[in-house]
Design a protein around this ligand. Structure first.
Ligand SMILES: [Zn+2]
Length: 127
């Protein structure tokens, strides 16, 4: 059993973050607005809550091809988010998959589905 270093309320917080992130990626703006403000009427026009790259909608063919590539990475990210949510449930969230060390909260706040600590991630990227 992996030692759990995050408190229940912190886990809950990350769970919420991950849910919101996955809704953004899926384009489920209604659901997100429903949670945050209770007002989901302005569905087509308001993209202000969407992070930069999703706000631009492709118009011509080259842009479509470009956004298709982006869609693949969104799918990847959704998968990471789903895995992270599962790790929250099984209690391994916040632990490095490689060395079982703790992933710092700051890192989890930046990338809530991070599965490696900073040290191991660095090794991974330099391979
Ligand atoms: Zn590690």
């Amino acid at each position: 059993m992996i030692r759990q270093s995050l408190s229940k309320s912190e886990l809950k917080e990350f769970q919420t973050l991950l849910h919101q992130r996955s809704k953004l990626l899926k384009g489920d703006f209604d659901g997100l607005e429903g949670e945050t403000s209770g007002n989901g009427t302005d569905r087509a026009g308001d993209h202000s809550s969407v992070p930069g790259h999703m706000a631009e909608l492709a118009s011509d063919d080259s842009e479509k091809a470009f956004s298709y590539g982006r869609m693949e990475s969104q799918t990847e990210e959704l998968k990471e988010i789903k895995d992270a949510l599962e790790r929250i449930l099984d209690g391994s969230f916040g632990s490095c998959e490689n060395c079982q060390g703790r992933i710092p909260r700051e890192r989890l706040k930046a990338i809530s589905y991070a599965r490696l600590c900073v040290k191991c991630q660095g090794k991974e990227e330099s391979r």
